[in-house]
Design a protein. Structure first.
Length: 307
């Protein structure tokens, strides 16, 4: 009896567990497989994509609007191409047209070739200073100060140079037909004459008629101090004559002749040795200040025209 009670109690304890197991375990039915099996349907592969009307309409409207705007819209800003502006030169200087050959033209008789120190022209007793750009004419009287020298083109082939403290009157300038005529009042002059048929005449006398000098070619100097006239010939020859006495003396190269005004002797000239060439500063050897100025101006104008 006691054993039966014990078994009964054990069954009561095990029964709830068996009930729970009976509820969760469901037997599988017997499924008969079909004769022609159909492959499984893949919705993701065969499904028709859904039509999003709102999205497509918006895309078409945006595309057409952009295309029409691009084709039909005219830009509101008119872009002007940049102007071809040439920068202004540093110096806006206008020069009159000129030709280089104009600067090389030969000087006209009466032109001043070179000046050293103070040189004047005497007009109605008044001294007016001369500059290289001035020009002399028939009847003009030229005076040099102490230390002053001047070179004058007295004719096409005659150059006259005045020493310091000298005074000479240009009686007549030379031309292509006749030679120049000068009058030495006081001081010293040096003359260079190219060979020609035109005679150069110089009156070195205070008397009328008096002592006169004539030359066809050569270089020579004439000095007049205290009534004594001294002629020195460096090349060529000169004729010294006195019309009143009908006397002529020829002075040749490296000879000199000294006479009193109006008292020309028939004696022969004497030889001399050249010691002082005072005319050297105004001869054509080298480049003078005026020539340098002209060359500088020509170069300056050429540079400005290129720039």
């Amino acid at each position: 009896m006691k054993s039966l009670i014990t078994i009964f109690i054990s069954l009561l304890l095990v029964l709830p567990t068996l009930s729970a197991m009976a509820i969760n375990i469901t037997p599988q039915p017997n499924v008969t497989p079909p004769t022609n099996p159909t492959p499984p349907f893949n919705a993701s592969e065969n499904a028709i994509p859904s039509f999003n009307a709102t999205e497509n309409v918006t895309a078409n409207i945006t595309t057409n609007a952009t295309k029409n705007a691009t084709e039909n819209i005219t830009p509101s800003i008119n872009v002007t191409p940049p102007l071809n502006i040439t920068p202004a030169p540093l110096f806006n200087i206008t020069f009159p047209p000129f030709k280089i050959e104009e600067l090389a033209k030969p000087l006209e008789p009466g032109s001043l070739k070179k000046i050293v120190g103070h040189v004047f022209i005497i007009v109605e007793g008044e001294q007016i200073r001369l500059y290289i750009s001035d020009r002399l004419y028939n009847g003009d009287t030229v005076q040099t100060d102490k230390g002053g020298l001047v070179s004058i083109l007295a004719g096409p082939q005659e150059v006259l140079m005045l020493n310091e403290e000298s005074n000479v009157e240009i009686t007549k300038l030379g031309n292509n037909e006749t030679g120049p005529a000068l009058r030495l009042n006081i001081g010293e002059i040096y003359i260079e004459k190219e060979p020609s048929e035109r005679s150069l005449l110089i009156n070195a006398s205070d008397e009328t008629p008096g002592t006169n000098i004539e030359s066809l070619k050569g270089s020579f100097s004439i000095e007049k101090r205290e009534g004594v006239i001294t002629i020195k010939v460096y090349s060529g020859s000169v004729d010294v004559y006195d019309n009143a006495k009908n006397v002529t003396v020829r002075v040749r190269e490296n000879e000199k002749l000294s006479v009193k005004d109006g008292e020309l002797p028939p004696s022969s000239p004497q030889e001399f040795v050249v010691v002082d060439k005072w005319w050297t500063p105004v001869t054509d050897t080298g480049i003078c200040g005026a020539s340098l100025l002209i060359i500088s101006c020509v170069l300056f104008v050429g540079l400005l025209r290129k720039s």
